[in-house]
Write a protein that binds this ligand. Structure first.
Ligand SMILES: *Cc1c(COP(=O)(O)O)cnc(C)c1O
Length: 422
């Protein structure tokens, strides 16, 4: 059957007459475009409204110009640097702005690549996997030399990575896929952050690095990278090691640079070897955007990168995948220009004040004169007083209330449904 230019309205059409519109099989013949859109819309409608989704972890607010930019990027295959050199230049320009934001020193080979060592990725997960791999290869080279081992011998050694139990699930992928042993450190419930005095026992000559989380996804607390870096100096000296830090700044990468009063947490610390962040979280790009930046390219080119030469220049591909659309890069570039540092700083201030409003509101809800909620985030309880713009609280267990946080979540979700209806 051929499609007509003016199909019957959806509910009068043969598609709506079938028992199930989708029969687990590609339809034999095509369906009118308007009906296809209608069917997609029906699926979409039954999801939460993205604007009311409190846990999507990605930016969902776009200006019309931004959507236009995203549509442009959708048609570009970022992997093909020969066909789309200008899009890749936009990737590099964006990467450079982010590396500078994190105070990365200019690498020696900047001019031959036109950019810092790093890559736009599909979210922080890919960025963390790449950073973890780079740490592993760096360590392998060091370990083989130290032990006088051959390449195939050192490949049989199981390396480890030190990280707090507040890690995000992305790191589980690294441990499972890349054969790396996690060395977990459980933080105190009073800080939810790594204690520098606890890392020493976990580090040995098979340690590829220490991960510091700049804003964990539970309470938004920052691991004290500054204190960890100092501690590592002592440990490395005492044990004859060269262990460095990866900063997982998935959420904090675009928050911490705009908060005043925070000690250095980025490339200003010499032990920080790499930093990753999600462009689609507080970076304000669209879903599927992440960034990883390395202090230097040395050691990466031969291990992580696949070198592609084109148009007389050399280009490194660091990502785990090749073909993918460029819209994350396009929107990130747009957003950095659109907001500027001032815009990001203003936005962080607004978000922090919304968090304060909610925190104070939660604190004021009482039964029998006692607060129902105990505040757990850094602003609420630590000396640091700085964290992501989030509010974390638990229901005071002493009150013996007949509901828990999951009940509360269901009630809030119902509120969201009512929000849709109205
Ligand atoms: C969100 C998050 C990740 C994973 O990020 P994606 O962008 O979803 O891949 C990794 N680490 C931390 C700390 C996170 O908050």
């Amino acid at each position: 059957m051929t499609t007509t230019s003016s199909p019957m309205p959806y509910y009068a059409s043969h598609i709506a007459r079938q028992e199930r519109a989708i029969d687990m099989e590609i339809p034999d013949s095509g369906i009118d475009a308007r009906h296809c859109v209608r069917m997609v819309e029906d699926y979409h409608l039954l999801d939460f409204s993205e604007r009311l989704n409190t846990s999507s972890y990605v930016n969902v607010v776009f200006e019309p110009e931004e959507e236009r930019v995203a549509m442009m990027g959708l048609k570009v295959n970022l992997a093909d640097q020969t066909v789309y050199p200008e899009s890749f230049r936009m990737h590099n320009d964006t990467l450079n702005m982010i590396a500078k934001l994190w105070h990365c020193p200019v690498p020696d080979d900047f001019d031959s690549y036109g950019c810092y060592a790093g890559a736009g990725t599909v979210g922080s997960t890919e960025a963390c996997l790449l950073a973890g791999l780079a740490l592993k290869f760096r360590w392998r080279k060091w370990y083989a030399k130290k032990k006088g081992m051959a390449e195939h011998e050192v490949r049989g050694v199981y390396p480890n990575l030190v990280i707090s139990t507040m890690f995000q699930a992305a790191w589980e992928k690294l441990f499972k896929y890349m054969d790396i042993e996690p060395r977990f450190i459980a933080p105190s419930y009073k800080t939810f952050t790594l204690d520098p005095n606890k890392i020493g026992d976990h580090i040995d000559d098979q340690t590829i690095g220490v991960v510091c989380i700049m804003g964990n996804h539970y309470g938004g607390q920052y691991d004290p990278v500054w204190a960890m870096s100092q501690k590592l100096d002592e440990i490395n000296k005492a044990k004859g090691l060269e262990v460095g830090i990866h900063v997982d700044a998935a959420s904090g990468g675009f928050i911490a640079p705009f908060q005043e009063g925070l000690p250095p947490w980025d490339f200003r610390l010499p032990n920080v070897l790499s930093i990753s962040a999600s462009g689609h979280k507080f970076g304000n790009s669209c879903c599927g955007t992440g960034w990883v930046v390395w202090r230097q390219r040395k050691g990466l080119s031969e291990n992580v990168a696949i070198n592609v030469s084109y148009l007389g220049g050399s280009a490194d591909s660091y990502t785990l995948n090749f073909s993918r659309p460029a819209q994350g890069i396009y929107v990130q570039f747009y957003k950095l220009l659109r907001l500027g540092k001032e815009g990001y700083a203003e936005q962080v201030r607004n978000q922090m004040s919304v968090a304060t409003f909610l925190r104070e509101g939660l604190k004021s809800i009482k039964v029998d004169g006692k607060s129902i909620f105990t505040i757990l985030d850094a602003v609420g309880m630590s000396e640091q007083k700085l964290c992501l713009p989030v509010v974390t609280a638990m229901i005071n267990p002493d009150l013996g209330l007949p509901f828990d946080d999951i009940d509360l979540q269901h009630i809030i979700a119902q509120g969201c449904e009512v929000g849709i209806a109205h």
